[in-house]
Design a protein around this ligand. Structure first.
Ligand SMILES: *[C@@H]1O[C@H](CO)[C@@H](O)[C@H](O)[C@H]1NC(C)=O
Ligand SMILES: *[C@@H]1O[C@H](CO)[C@@H](O)[C@H](O)[C@H]1NC(C)=O
Ligand SMILES: *[C@@H]1O[C@H](CO)[C@@H](O)[C@H](O)[C@H]1NC(C)=O
Length: 505
């Protein structure tokens, strides 16, 4: 018995152990929520013995052993006013994503960034990038001769899935920029197809050339002249970690090199600060938590809309915690607590919290499902509409349309979600589905990162279709060939009948 356990332990460790590696994370663009969602992975990698260097616009505010921050590189005027994005439709939002890519590439002109890119003395065993709006970052895999892992901030859309040859079938896989679920009407499928074609093909002519230009201007390390094309390097990414999970979004086909790690950032709840704990514990009617995440500042909203939020909330009998820094002139009643930051994870975990008023961002929804809180959401831009369509479909929350919002519609949604137990029941079911996983998302992410390091890349996880062009992939040549005899047959039948009828008359 004992020897076999011994052998078992040895063989397990032979699989699991990956020698300490030097890992570079390069995601310099100012997308705060993206880096905050993946940061627990970078930290966990240091606990597993790796040395992690993170180039980003949001350095940690505490020291972590074997974790080096390089940055920040925040460009001027990066804080977008949410009202600029609010009227976007499915077409303008595609172009707006390209525009963000062009505009934010300014981070590369930052002095310490130029220094980092110029240095030729450091070496890395693995490069982790986020290709969204910064495809040129993949060049660092070539610079360090290291495999590349890509991080996707949401369910992969055509701009990302095309490099992996993961199908983004337009009939039922909605683009993250659309306001729909998989059950699409004719018009929605049309919009989805147009968005998909823009990202699959048009992007290669209107957007990628600029990304290449940026790459050739800024990523000029020793030996860059012999670099493969940007397309080849993107095709060559070893693994893609995706902030998605079917309990929060959609079930769809993937290749083995695409791993869902949605909810990886969720932590076991810690106890609240004394202030918060007293506030939450003393709420006889329960607490509502209200936060629009890191990218939406309530002070940027039109005054009339802010007034709708406030006057509705003032009338509630529940206590309310709002992530917001109000002007000093605004007087708020006792049952409302505001602050520039709150431990959202720990607040949502508290049993006395009854409802989450959110913008419908993915991280927030992952947490709310995990901690079984129904939601009322006011989506503003990006994937927030799509996320909320899935919430409504699953039945654990309601959406309020910001442009048409009134005190009545906002107030009624809150009342309905609080008073109808179906919402709570549905989120409990969804939570059970989400929690029932063979491995915690963070452990899964670490496993696959180390897998890529152990195997020096993961070519074998990629699709063999990557070398095919569209004519071959969609078998258009075969279809054409098979159509010839059919067309000939129909044509000869036609001639034959024309002859017969001619003879008859
Ligand atoms: C860890 O990374 C930092 C920053 O890139 C580097 O200065 C240091 O030499 C690395 N340590 C080891 C042991 O490789
Ligand atoms: C940091 O890395 C060094 C060298 O790899 C290692 O000896 C040390 O134990 C690590 N520290 C921590 C806290 O993991
Ligand atoms: C693909 O990645 C591997 C390492 O994972 C590297 O050795 C190879 O040169 C890369 N090829 C291209 C075309 O980028």
């Amino acid at each position: 018995m004992l020897p076999s356990i011994f052998i078992y332990i040895i063989s397990c460790s032979a699989i699991a152990v990956t020698s300490a590696s030097n890992i570079l994370v390069f995601m310099p663009l100012p997308f705060k929520s993206h880096i905050r969602g993946f940061q627990p992975l970078f930290e966990e990698l240091t606990h597993r013995g790796h040395n992690v260097t993170v180039v980003s616009s949001y350095p940690q505010n505490r020291r972590i052993a074997n974790y080096t921050d390089i940055g920040p590189f925040i460009p001027k005027g990066h804080e977008r006013n949410v009202m600029d994005s609010i009227d976007m439709n499915f077409l303008t939002s595609v172009f707006s994503v390209w525009d963000i890519g062009f505009k934010f590439s300014e981070v590369l002109t930052h002095k310490s960034m130029e220094e980092f890119l110029r240095t030729n003395t450091d070496s890395f065993d693995l490069v982790i990038i986020e290709s969204c709006c910064q495809e040129y970052t993949v060049a660092l895999g070539h610079k360090y001769n290291a495999p590349v892992i890509n991080l996707a901030p949401a369910m992969i859309w055509s701009s990302i899935s095309k490099w992996l040859h993961v199908p983004s079938t337009f009939s039922y896989i909605p683009n993250v920029l659309l306001k729909t679920t998989s059950n699409m009407s004719f018009i929605q499928r049309l919009k989805n197809t147009i968005t998909g074609i823009l990202q699959l093909y048009v992007e290669n002519y209107l957007y990628l050339p600029k990304m290449k230009e940026i790459m050739d201007t800024h990523f000029t390390y020793k030996g860059w002249e012999s670099r493969p094309s940007l397309e080849d390097m993107l095709n060559n990414v070893s693994l893609t970690l995706v902030n998605a999970h079917y309990a929060i979004g959609i079930s769809r086909p993937y290749l083995p090199g695409v791993i869902d790690i949605g909810g990886m950032h969720i932590k076991e709840p810690k106890s609240l600060s004394v202030d918060l704990q007293t506030f939450v514990d003393s709420a006889e009617q329960g607490v509502i938590y209200f936060s629009f995440g890191s990218s939406i500042n309530l002070n940027h909203l039109p005054q009339e809309k802010l007034n709708i939020f406030l006057s509705t909330i003032k009338k509630l009998k529940q206590k309310v915690i709002i992530k917001w820094t109000p002007n000093s002139t605004i007087e708020l009643p006792q049952h409302i607590m505001t602050g520039s930051w709150f431990p959202q994870n720990d607040i949502l975990a508290h049993p006395n919290v009854k409802l989450f008023i959110t913008h419908g961002g993915l991280h927030s929804l992952e947490e709310t499902v995990y901690f079984e809180k129904p939601v009322v959401a006011v989506p503003f831009f990006g994937d927030q509409f799509l996320n909320m369509k899935y919430v409504e479909k699953t039945g654990y929350g309601k959406v309020v349309d910001f442009s048409k919002m009134t005190e009545e519609s906002f107030g009624n949604s809150i009342k309905e979600v609080l008073s109808n137990p179906t919402f709570k029941k549905n989120v409990e079911i969804q939570s059970r589905i989400y929690r029932d996983q063979p491995m915690k998302p963070l452990d899964r992410a670490v496993y696959w990162v180390e897998y890529v390091i152990r195997n020096g890349g993961a070519k074998h996880l990629k699709s063999d279709s990557v070398g095919l062009n569209d004519v071959q992939y969609f078998l258009l040549d075969i279809v054409f060939l098979l159509l010839i005899p059919i067309v000939c047959l129909i044509w000869s039948c036609y001639l034959f009948f024309v002859k017969i009828t001619y003879k008859l008359y």
